[in-house]
Ligand binder design. Structure first.
Ligand code: GLV
Length: 340
């Protein structure tokens, strides 16, 4: 409730760095004193640092860097950071944990939707849909052609999944439905029962690269996965293979990818994520006919974005109440005695 004459309320103050779906936004607006950044583009860094000062909670997006500088700018009253994304490489989680600030993300609710987009990219690149679409729109379609726009078969091909978490496993289910052989690489392999249920086989990274007709990335971005696919990795891949990335752009060395696509060593690539984001239309990868780039939309279905918004709101509001977040990124934050 607003206090008399001051315009100050006793509701917690939060910064929401972009308009998120109403399903979550209305929960936040109903229970907090929210500063909502309304622009389509993220707040510039200086603006973010200015607006975060004194807030109790931050609802961030993957385009906001949350690091020591921002936490210092926010001040010691900050109770929670809720990221509207499953990925959290934009957040220095150890820095938050050191300060006793729980970080929330949105796992689980976007798994199938993200795998759908990864598989859509795989199929679109294999069957050259962007080129075919451009061909018709350019009025070049004259007749049925025996050699026209020949692509790669998906059925019977081998898919290599890098990162066998929730989304990687959903990708395996789709691939099995299309008659693919499924290999995967993960530092924490699945159990043999899980492998049997998903029809997937754990292999070393080198073997995955050498055996796969399609390689799909589903890892977190970390120092270990930065440029996991570099020139050496592309050289190990089968000639004519396809790469799909719905994880994070920097998992691929883009210069090396460009060379592998341009030389024809790779048949194509489908990228939902790039390094940097966005890529401009004249970027060398965007101008290649065998590289399909879409603007980081893997979780962008109406229902999924609603669920993400609800989850981000639930994490934010729980943190403000001093309760455990429904989905904390680093549960060890609750094992600390006192924040330092
Ligand atoms: C999107 O990339 C997400 O991490 O949710």
């Amino acid at each position: 409730m607003p206090s008399a004459n001051t315009g100050v309320t006793d509701r917690p103050r939060v910064l929401v760095t972009r308009r998120i779906p109403e399903a979550g936004l209305r929960l936040v607006l109903a229970q907090t004193e929210a500063d909502l950044w309304q622009d389509e583009l993220p707040p510039p860094r200086e603006e973010l640092l200015r607006r975060v000062a004194g807030v109790d909670g931050l609802l961030s997006l993957l385009t906001d860097r949350v690091d020591d500088e921002l936490l210092d700018a926010a001040g010691p009253q900050l109770k929670v950071v809720s990221n509207f994304a499953v990925g959290f490489d934009n957040i220095d989680v150890p820095a938050c944990t050191r300060r006793g600030i729980p970080v929330g993300n949105t796992p689980g609710v976007l798994t199938e939707t993200t795998a759908d987009l990864a598989f859509a990219l795989l199929m679109a690149v294999a069957r050259r849909l962007p080129e075919a679409y451009d061909y018709v729109r350019a009025d070049r379609w004259q007749t049925w052609g025996p050699l026209l726009l020949l692509g790669r078969d998906i059925n019977g091909a081998t898919l290599g999944i890098v990162g066998f978490g929730r989304i990687g496993r959903e990708m395996a289910k789709r691939a099995r439905g299309f008659g693919m052989r499924v290999l995967y690489y993960d530092v924490h392999p699945a159990t043999s029962e899980e492998e049997a249920a998903l029809g997937a086989e754990s292999v070393a990274m080198d073997e995955l690269l050498a055996e796969s007709d399609f390689v799909s990335l589903h890892t977190n971005l970390s120092p270990e996965t930065h440029h996991l696919l570099d020139a050496a990795a592309f050289a190990r891949m089968k000639p004519g293979a396809v790469v799909v990335n719905t994880s994070r752009g920097p998992v691929i060395d883009h210069d090396a990818l460009h060379d592998a696509l341009k030389s024809g060593h790779l048949f194509g690539a489908g990228l939902d994520v790039t390094d940097p984001e966005p890529l401009r239309a004249d970027h060398p990868l965007v101008t290649l006919p065998n590289c399909l780039v879409v603007p980081h939309i893997a979780s962008a279905s109406e229902a999924t974005r609603d669920r993400m918004a609800e989850m981000a709101a639930a994490n934010l509001l729980a943190g403000l109440r001093g309760e455990r977040l429904p989905t904390p990124v680093d549960p060890s934050v609750y094992e600390r005695d006192t924040p330092s």
